[in-house]
Design a protein around this ligand. Structure first.
Ligand code: PPS
Length: 577
């Protein structure tokens, strides 16, 4: 089952994929087994276990390896390993396992990827794991958040056999296994290879660092970005990979190779850096480039960085000999404006003008459609970033009107719709309360649960419209604050979300009583009527409040249009109108 591949780069490479006959037997036998559908992170871990990216691991860790890794960064046999690789399961699944059973491990579509003969099931102390591995129990740390909020209560381990590797439909030519990379380096005669890990688009400073690293180490380059789970808010991997492909021509011909790594990052700073180095060794590297704040998760609740800027470098440097890998450390690079070159920040000559653009500044330049200087980003990279990060005037957005029945939501939303259609450039969809209740939620009533479900459905449709660059105008009562907030957090990352509170007072709505519903509600003929016999939670996070008592629909709609202009979603120099 376990083949080996010896090369100049690293040693024994684990291969857990079984022969076809065995795979057929396991698939048949699995009909009687318990199955678990793996999460995205578990699929990534499994892929690297099966293809040897995690050598010398031959399965998800058992309890003694897990505890030893947490406590002393070593497997129980003493081998250096810094991150627990465990298979978490729910208490419901755990309760069905006593040991000796087989588990079928499936991808989210149900395809069986591996079998696990269960040897151990245990309940870890997650708080202790967080303290030891991440050095914190602060849930603002994405690794801790995952451990506390998205991890099953038990871990399971045993003998792992791989039936097939997870399927990837994107960039398959760039997803090279450790064995493939080692073979390629060997056939190319690359004796020294410096690996570079990133989860960001490569700007000019990254290219400068890697080029210099190659010269310094007298090595070829493996540009090895992570395309598995990275940090929330990162540029999506599709955009990044198109950008990496375009930037490869910036390296001297045949000196650098691009490969993608389906790793689920843990953002554990120094411990992650050590892990990343071992993984790169398995992929045929002899050197590993480590810059500032490697695998850093940002700041904690007190605004302090979780790890020191160069902790990761120091950690790996301290274990270089044992790892059999050479670290190529880099300090933070800055641009010397008058000399058109990059230098380490601590090597800037006195009095020289230094330029730098932070990630936040870059995002705001993209959002506002402002220039990105070519000293910072190569034009081919900028082009790719702009495709998926258009300026606000080209992004989709949702205007979510909320307010009592008869407050004027539908009237304003309709007037805004017409005005936006007149401006043109983006498709507009009106999701009015009544329209939705007829077409999407016809089976729902007005209980708390049904109203929440109705608003979540509207939010889902609006999120799809927003994601695809359209405009969604929603006009339900949406009486509950938490449900409105769910929609904001669903939609905001995909484009704009503007909450308009149509604050027309109940007396005015009741006086208008266009549909005669208030009269019926007062007479007890309609139950759970908002404002009369059911609550309306006034929003405290509205972006715009409109009381239609003394306004014409035209005036109210104009307020919305002006607000959209003010925040950049209509107009602007990159707008098509
Ligand atoms: S909710 O709470 O957001 O799910 O409500 P919504 O989907 O906007 O539906 C409100 C419209 O349904 C009519 N209607 C009622 N409203 C409130 N409470 C009760 N019990 C009720 N029964 C029927 C009413 O016409 C609302 O339409 P608008 O356009 O808001 O007047």
């Amino acid at each position: 089952m376990s083949a080996s591949f010896i090369s100049a780069h690293g040693g024994h490479l684990v291969d857990l994929l079984v022969e076809e006959d065995r795979a057929i037997d396991l698939r048949e036998a699995s009909r009687d087994w318990l199955s678990i559908d793996l999460t995205q992170r578990q699929v990534s871990d499994l892929e690297l276990l099966l293809n040897g990216g995690f050598s010398p691991l031959t399965s998800f860790m058992g309890r003694s390896d897990y505890e030893s890794v947490c406590q002393r960064m070593r497997l129980s046999d003493g081998t250096l390993w810094s991150i627990p690789i465990v298979l978490d399961i729910s208490d419901v699944v755990a309760a069905k396992l006593g040991g000796g059973e087989f588990l079928a491990l499936r991808d989210p579509e149900g395809v069986m990827l591996a079998s696990l003969e269960v040897h151990e099931v245990w309940q870890p102390d997650r708080r202790e794991e967080a303290e030891l591995v991440y050095g914190t129990v602060d849930s603002l740390h994405p690794g801790v958040d995952y451990l506390f909020n998205k991890t099953g209560s038990h871990y399971v381990s045993g003998v792992l056999e791989g039936l097939r590797l997870p399927v990837h439909y994107d960039f398959s030519e760039l997803r090279c296994s450790p064995a493939e990379l080692r073979a390629e380096f060997s056939s190319l005669g690359w004796r020294k290879v410096a690996g570079f890990q990133t989860r960001n688009p490569m700007h000019r400073a990254h290219v400068e660092i890697t080029r210099r690293a190659a010269v310094e180490a007298d090595a070829n380059l493996l540009i090895h970005p992570v395309v598995g789970m990275t940090k929330a808010g990162d540029v999506d991997h599709f955009t990044r990979v198109r950008a990496y492909k375009s930037v490869m021509s910036r390296y001297p011909r045949n000196t650098a190779k691009l490969g993608l790594l389906n790793l689920a990052m843990r953002m554990a700073g120094p411990r992650s850096a050590l892990w990343h180095t071992i993984i790169r060794k398995n992929h045929g590297c002899t050197h590993f480039i480590i810059g500032r704040d490697h695998a850093g998760p940002g700041k904690d609740g007190d605004g302090v960085d979780f790890y020191g800027r160069y902790d990761a470098q120091e950690m790996v440097l301290a274990h270089e000999g044992e790892l059999g890998m050479t670290v190529v450390p880099f300090r933070n690079m800055v641009y010397l404006a008058d000399e058109n070159r990059f230098v380490a920040f601590d090597a800037v000559p006195d009095g020289k003008r230094v330029l730098n653009i932070s990630g936040t500044e870059l995002r705001s330049r993209l959002t506002e459609g402002r220039d990105i200087p070519s000293w910072f980003t190569y034009p081919e990279v900028e082009r790719e970033l702009r495709k998926t990060h258009p300026p606000r005037s080209k992004q989709g957005f949702t205007v979510f009107f909320t307010g009592l029945s008869g407050s004027g939501k539908s009237t304003i939303a309709n007037a805004v719709r017409v005005k936006l259609m007149e401006i043109g450039g983006r498709p507009v969809t009106l999701l009015d309360g009544d329209i939705v209740r007829t077409n999407l939620s016809s089976e729902l009533g007005f209980s708390r649960e049904h109203r929440a479900l109705n608003i979540h459905r509207i939010g889902f449709v609006a999120s799809e419209i927003t994601k695809n660059g359209g405009i969604a105008l929603c006009a339900p009562i949406a009486p509950y604050d938490s449900v409105r907030k769910d929609n904001r957090s669903l939609i905001s990352p995909l484009g704009g979300f503007v909450l308009v509170y149509v604050s027309t007072p109940l007396e005015v709505c009741e006086r208008r009583d266009r549909k005669g519903l208030y009269a019926k509600a007062r007479a007890g003929l309609i139950k759970e009527f908002t404002g009369v016999s059911d609550p309306y939670e006034v929003p405290e996070d509205s972006d715009l409040d409109i009381d239609t008592t003394g306004l014409t629909p035209e005036e109210a709609a104009n307020m919305v249009i002006l607000h959209l202009e003010e925040i950049g979603f209509i107009g602007g120099k990159h707008s098509s109108n």
